[in-house]
Design a protein around this ligand. Structure first.
Ligand SMILES: Cc1cc2nc3c(=O)[nH]c(=O)nc-3n(C[C@H](O)[C@H](O)[C@H](O)COP(=O)(O)OP(=O)(O)OC[C@H]3O[C@@H](n4cnc5c(N)ncnc54)[C@H](O)[C@@H]3O)c2cc1C
Length: 391
């Protein structure tokens, strides 16, 4: 029978952000309770599982069992079926999210984190600051008291909302995604493929992220405000019929992908918000795992520093934004141009990319830098971007 708990740091949500936050806080001397609403960590998987090598390795040393496949490059296919492929040695990984999330939770448990599963946080006890979270354990309520709270509860983010942060996301600021895990296909296992075009995915894109040469996460994300009432699953079914008519669907997942919102506060009182809950998602690609890991790690370190009397909470957004704001803002700007583009614009962007990578190889992916150099070489793109933003 579970009873009330008291600790230094309470983390809500055991996804990548929460596990890293809990691990970092405990590894730096804090006592930590990590609460997860589901009975099993890492399930249900709602992710295409792609991450850049840098995004993973800057935060945590990968274990071989976390990795389903190593990616060596990407192909982008335009609306007229022309494509550009760029190679990048060991560019990224397709993770096995179930094993990965469990691996992170094990790392946290190894440094003393008390992990409680089937433990949804349903309320907060607040005076000037948060005193405790209220957890529903099979219909019974327990209190988990702490000095610092970290909301890592993903896109739904009820905890930040309960603490008074405006977490509302407009239709323009969330993509709607549907994905199948499929087999019985033949693909190049080294390359991810992205399909753009308004018939395929209005305001978004379709992806094929290979887990092997015969199995892949295939999905579509769309901007609901641009889709004329049709949902992501409808677009995905059309894409599958055209691209992989023989495939077998093993799993279906649907979810929302929030866009980066620079005006959302990352701390309020004694609460820090990390990962998807803090909308730390690249607005162009929808990638959120690496920001979840990094924001969780920094928030956990700062929480432990606070408990030792050596840090204040705003150090977390300061440190995170020092590393990531340029990239997040660049993705945000590209995302708002991308969502307004028509198929002709996509073809022009693809032509520019085609001439930008004549050797078809890159050694580093620095998105803000690539955008600047691309626009510098193709001033017409700047005109197009201005025109689209004004639309
Ligand atoms: C279809 C799809 C494909 C995607 N593909 C990619 C990709 O290829 N690469 C990439 O980088 N990103 C991708 N993303 C985004 C990525 O999945 C998220 O950015 C990432 O999982 C964020 O991690 P997190 O820890 O912040 O949140 P989550 O992974 O969502 O974890 C939140 C955790 O909190 C728990 N929780 C929620 N509420 C409560 C509560 N009240 N009490 C206790 N626990 C609670 C949840 O059960 C969950 O375990 C994709 C998203 C979607 C929808």
């Amino acid at each position: 029978m579970l009873s009330d708990r008291t600790c230094d740091v309470v983390v809500i949500g055991a996804g990548p952000a929460g596990c890293m936050a809990a691990h970092a806080a405990a590894a730096n001397g804090a006592s930590v309770v990590l609460l997860e609403k589901h009975a099993a960590i890492g399930l249900p998987v709602c992710c295409a599982e792609g991450i850049t090598t840098f995004g993973l390795e800057r935060v945590v040393e990968p274990k071989s069992e976390w990795i389903a496949n190593v990616i060596e490059g990407a192909t982008i296919v335009g609306p007229d079926s022309r494509s550009v492929t760029v190679y990048h040695p060991k560019a990224g990984y397709i993770l096995d999210r179930e094993i990965f999330d469990n691996g992170l939770a094990e790392m946290a448990a190894d440094v003393g984190v008390d992990i409680i599963k089937s433990a949804p946080v349903v309320g907060l006890e607040k005076r000037e600051t948060i005193q405790a979270v209220i957890v529903d354990i099979n219909g019974a309520r327990i209190r988990v008291e702490g000095r610092i709270f970290i909301a890592a509860d993903g896109v739904e983010s009820r905890v930040a909302h309960m603490a008074g942060i405006d977490t509302t996301v407009s239709l323009q600021n969330i993509d709607s995604a549907c994905q199948y895990l499929v087999d019985n296909i033949k693909i190049d296992r080294e390359l991810i493929t992205i399909f753009i075009g308004n018939e395929i995915a209005p305001g978004g894109y379709a992806w094929v992220f290979p887990k092997s040469a015969e199995r892949a996460n295939v999905g579509v994300s769309i901007c609901p405000a641009r889709s004329g009432g049709q949902n992501a699953r409808g677009y995905l079914d059309k894409f599958m019929a055209r691209q992989f008519p023989e495939s077998r669907i093993l799993k279906t997942m649907v979810g929302g992908v929030p866009k980066f919102n620079r005006s959302m506060p990352l701390t309020v009182g004694n609460l820090m918000v990390v990962g998807d809950a803090a909308r730390l998602v690249d607005s162009l690609t929808g990638a959120g795992i690496s920001n979840a890991l990094l924001s969780g790690k920094i928030a956990g370190e700062v929480a432990a520093g606070y408990i030792r009397g050596e840090a204040d909470l705003p150090e977390y957004p300061r440190r995170f934004m020092q590393l990531k704001s340029r990239e997040l803002n660049a993705y945000s700007m590209c995302g708002s141009i991308f969502v307004r583009a028509d198929d002709g614009d996509f073809c022009r962007i693809l032509e520019a990319l085609d001439s930008f990578f004549p050797e078809r190889k890159v050694r580093e992916v620095n998105v803000p830098d690539i955008i600047l150099r691309l626009v510098f070489r193709n001033p017409d793109l700047l005109k197009m971007a201005r025109h689209l933003i004004a639309r």
